[in-house]
Design a protein around this ligand. Sequence first.
Ligand SMILES: Cc1cc2nc3c(=O)[nH]c(=O)nc-3n(C[C@H](O)[C@H](O)[C@H](O)COP(=O)(O)O)c2cc1C
Length: 276
Amino acid sequence: MQNVNEALAHRFGAPLPGVRQDLQSQPFWQQLANRRSIRSFRPDPVDAALIQTLCALALSSPTKSDLQQRDIFIISDSGVRGKLNELLAGQAWVAKAPAFLVFCGNNHRQRLLHDWRGRAFENDHLDAFFNASVDAGIALATFVLAAEAAGLGCCPVSAIRNEAAEVSALLNLPDFVFPIAGLALGWPSEDGEISLRLPLSVSVHTDRYEASNLREAVETYDQRRTGIQPYEKQRFASDYGQSDTYGWSEDKARQYSKPERKNFGAFVRAKGFNLD
Ligand SMILES: Cc1cc2nc3c(=O)[nH]c(=O)nc-3n(C[C@H](O)[C@H](O)[C@H](O)COP(=O)(O)O)c2cc1C
């Protein structure tokens, strides 16, 4: 594992000024700086008690207004897991993960509180969906970091939202509960690699939004990434051909040149949310 400075300099393409010497090997910082998604696992199971502990750690993370609008589903039934694997057949590696969880936003409990306490729910607008989504995302990220600190590997799977209605039926989700992402979990059988990120000058702003050099910065990032981590396969090559300069920006532009999850809004509305 690289120290904090080395790992961040590699990830962001430039050394950071002033990472204090005594924090260079701070274990949690070092883990964060070196983190990577893992998609290949040893077959060994992940202990159920460990997963429960990780859920508790994940749910120790901040939650908007203490509303606690996120739930974690541990998939233990082989029938349910098999059906999820079928829904995720496009990502065959998922089926080989020893453990799988689904993170959901949950605004259902909040609405029940209003029924129980006889108080009107006067926040039936986009914020209700947004707050629960953010809460679930925070829990997902915290679970990932806690799992990685225990030596586990994991990778979120937003592809479950491609089949949101089916996943919802499978998990018996009531109105106002919706899947955010799955999480494949297990003991890593690969090292994975640090994924390079856009430079901090692009995604960290001081006081005001500033993007005057964005295009140049993205081109430089494309070249750096292609030099170190070239894409193994070009997306939609049958439609767009093979590019000699294929990089991150071309990959992302190709990715969202095709519709994805077009019916997710309809699914969320059918769950009862008002998105206005
Ligand atoms: C909400 C969310 C959903 C994701 N869904 C998928 C997915 O469906 N399939 C997949 O292979 N990776 C998925 N990922 C992993 C990302 O591709 C990965 O985080 C990104 O490529 C950066 O790599 P790193 O995590 O190793 O830094 C997801 C990540 C997040 C945060």
